[in-house]
Design a protein around this ligand. Structure first.
Ligand code: 13P
Ligand code: SF4
Length: 346
């Protein structure tokens, strides 16, 4: 087995050998050991845009999770190949909505509400769900453009079915002035709408991020009591209660921008994935930064991409045989791209 130094040296060699024929995007939640090799880092929106704009790279080794690699595959040309260094790098939230459940939900909800619903899907969803949304006139959203897209959707139809993250959907609609009483939750297991009221305008899919649900009201109360001068900043995948109690909420890019631009000596409690919190701590030694949940919250699937997997993926390319190529089936891709392009153009 190779030492860390040997692995790093070999990755630099392969990157040099391929030059601009190889592109490595890295999501903000990736480990530092991986991020050091990223040609571009970003939140989900930035990475989707980077993929759409990159016409040059023949090989895209995606350091993120499966749905991000699918998105990159759909937004790049037929002669560009996307790989995921570890196929187990999925997203538990994306897995909470499958296409059969979604079609059944649509059947039931349109029977109830007629042609008054437009579907939206968080990019954290499979290509099949994006295709469903594209096919029905809807768009994808990311945490940094959710407000604009939900606003657009409400100009198209009276109601929205928001997949698969109930929290991002609820937080965004609430920000736009829609009261909680006008939101209901679609439970894909019982196939029922759960309160609080009917008829609802915002139909939230009952999915969540298991990482962001770990930031609680109790964590906030603790910070307010022990460090009253700390600014609490969280990701909108956190629950509505947590987002309301926090001082600021936004995508990973927003969190990074806010903290980087803040004055020296400012204090921050951050409610998002552990690798990003640790990176913020090391990049901002002049500020006091802690995780909102003191136990730190790793995204275990993101963390599956590590140095050995990255090298394995690159070494295969160097040998002329890509591994773990991500290919979205043509028909799904055609319709999913409708949802993605609507998002990118709004
Ligand atoms: P953003 O980087 O778009 O904020 O997404 C966060 C996330 O959970 C990605 O899976
Ligand atoms: Fe999915 Fe949450 Fe991990 Fe993001 S942090 S990839 S939403 S499980």
């Amino acid at each position: 087995t190779l030492s860390t130094e040997e692995i790093e040296k070999r990755i630099w060699e392969i990157k040099k050998e391929f030059g601009s024929r190889l592109f490595i995007p890295g999501h903000h939640y990736q480990k530092d050991e991986v991020i050091q090799f990223a040609d571009c880092t970003g939140d989900s929106l930035q990475l989707a845009q980077a993929a759409a704009e990159n016409k040059e790279a023949e090989h895209i080794v995606f350091c993120g999770v499966h749905f991000m690699a699918e998105t990159a595959d759909m937004l790049t040309g037929d002669d560009q190949y996307v790989y995921l260094p570890d196929m187990r790098a999925g997203c538990s939230m994306a897995d909470m909505a499958n296409i059969k459940q979604t079609e059944r939900a649509w059947e039931r909800l349109t029977a109830l509400y007629g042609d008054t619903i437009i579907p939206l899907t968080y990019v954290n969803s499979t290509a099949a769900i994006k295709a469903f949304v594209g096919r029905h006139g809807g768009a994808s959203v990311t945490s940094s453009n959710a407000k604009e897209i939900v606003k657009w959707a409400l100009e198209q139809k009276k109601r929205i079915l928001f997949l698969p993250d109930q929290h991002l959907g609820r937080n965004t609609a609430f920000d736009l002035g829609i009261p909680l009483e006008e939101m209901a939750v679609w439970n894909p297991i019982s196939e029922k709408l759960e309160g609080p009221s009917e008829p609802a305008r915002i139909l939230l899919w009952k999915g969540h991020c298991s990482v962001h649900e770990k930031f609680t009201e109790k964590n906030i109360a603790h910070i307010r009591k022990t460090k009253p001068d700390m600014t609490i900043i969280v990701h909108p995948e956190c629950t509505h209660e947590v987002v309301q109690l926090a001082d600021l909420a936004g995508s990973t890019k927003y969190i990074i921008d806010q903290i980087s631009a803040a004055a020296a000596g400012t204090k921050w409690a951050v409610g998002t994935e552990m690798n990003l919190v640790n990176r913020l701590i090391s990049l901002n030694p002049d500020k006091e930064i802690v995780s909102l949940n003191p136990y730190m919250c790793p995204c275990l699937t993101m963390n599956r991409i590590d140095l050995p997997h990255l090298l394995w993926s690159l070494e295969a390319l160097a040998e002329g045989k890509g591994v773990n190529r991500i290919i979205v089936e043509k028909e799904d891709a055609k319709q999913a791209v409708l949802a993605l392009n609507r998002m990118l153009s709004i």
